[in-house]
Design a protein around this ligand. Structure first.
Ligand SMILES: [Zn+2]
Length: 383
């Protein structure tokens, strides 16, 4: 049995989510607290930080922005340009970059910024995708690692102290640049946001012929290097009222391209457009925790008063956690091909990572699936 938040529809299986005595989840409560935030004061705080790090003689970049090309990173770049910053934008290429993702990266450059794209060795990366999927049920493991390590490596490389990140999952924290003491980014601080599921980079050596030299992009710079440059970071989501839909509208007005129809497993068309592996990543979240992309997005809109709980529930039932036969139109078997995994093997890996307590079983105790291979949760709401 799953217990759901009485305000939104997040289940109690979500890692790090807590519930108050009324059964309201911490995400809902933290969103409610945001209505008391003085945003103009926060913006002044941000301006002061930017002023501190802005290159005084124009000899180098003012900040580094990690960008995927998505709606949020497009928004980050627009805001930093509006606030007079001269950023270096850096992309750690996704594992299976889509055509629309490529176009959105081109669009970011056209906003008028210097830009570097770093593409880790695709042969090694496919091995890491395979290891991530088989060992911890997360195909996106190397990507999640890379989006945290690479910008930091680049900040050291280009000697740019300030990294401007987007949203912070904790929300009530501005990042190390705002902290009065010890405002240097360190390994431990970033590892909290990485979601590495207990698989460490050092565990990789020796697996599938991977050697130390193959995983350079996935290693943090040494603490001494971080200190020498004074690498630090801020989360824009703390300083600016952060809303995915608003970011998408602003990004679209600046050339960002949405998909034009609802994406597989989602309820919107404007996010997670850059990687064909997103569908598999999201599906495993569903198998492990009983919620996925559609729930995430429906809950964001529900908290903002744009959806009733009833309507959100119907949307989730219809869209959430469907077997990922395709993503952004690319068939599953083509997505799996570089990993040398067949659809049949994939299904077996799925079953291995499925939490059998939260899905319906047949009389023999096997997972009940419809003809499309979709599972059914034991309950979609509180009784
Ligand atoms: Zn909630």
């Amino acid at each position: 049995m799953l217990t759901y938040c009485t305000n939104c529809l997040m289940p109690d299986t979500k890692p790090d989510l807590s519930f108050d005595e009324e059964g309201v989840c911490s995400a809902c409560n933290s969103f409610k607290n945001r209505s008391e935030v003085d945003w103009s004061e926060r913006k002044s705080e941000l301006e002061a930080i930017l002023e501190k790090y802005r290159s005084k003689d124009g000899a180098t970049w003012d900040c580094l922005i990690p960008v995927s090309g998505g709606k949020d990173s497009t928004f980050q770049v627009i805001k930093m340009l509006q606030m007079g910053m001269n950023p270096l934008c850096v992309t750690s290429t996704t594992c299976d970059l889509s055509e629309i993702g490529k176009r959105n990266i081109e669009n970011i450059k056209e906003l008028g910024v210097d830009y570097v794209q770093f593409s880790p060795n695709p042969v090694v990366r496919s091995k890491l995708n395979r290891i991530g999927l088989m060992q911890v049920g997360d195909i996106a493991w190397p990507e999640h690692l890379g989006i945290f390590t690479l910008p930091v490596r680049m900040a050291v490389q280009y000697k740019i102290p300030l990294i401007v990140w987007g949203e912070n999952s904790q929300n009530e924290y501005g990042g190390p640049a705002a902290a009065s003491e010890n405002n240097v980014l360190n390994r431990r601080w970033l590892e909290e946001f990485g979601g590495l599921l207990g698989l460490r980079v050092s565990d990789l050596e020796g697996l599938e012929d991977i050697q130390k030299k193959h995983i350079i992009p996935y290693q943090y710079p040494a603490d001494t290097e971080l200190k020498d440059v004074g690498v630090t970071g801020v989360f824009l989501g703390y300083y600016l009222p952060w809303d995915g839909l608003t970011n998408a509208l602003i990004a679209q007005a600046h050339g960002f391209e949405s998909y034009g129809k609802v994406i597989e497993g989602s309820v919107v068309d404007y996010e997670n457009l850059d990687n064909h592996q997103h569908g598999i990543h999201d599906y495993f979240k569903f198998l492990k925790f009983g919620f996925s992309r559609a729930t995430d997005i429906a809950c964001l809109h529900l908290r903002r008063g744009r959806l009733s709980r009833e309507d959100a529930l119907e949307m989730i039932k219809k869209q959430d956690g469907k077997f990922p036969w395709s993503y952004l139109g690319k068939p599953l078997e083509d997505i799996l091909a570089p990993l040398e995994i067949t659809v049949d093997e994939f299904t077996k890996i799925c079953d291995r990572f499925t939490n059998k307590k939260i899905f319906k079983l047949d009389v023999k105790g096997k997972l009940l699936k419809d003809k499309e291979g979709n599972l059914s949760k034991v309950n979609y709401d509180n009784p």
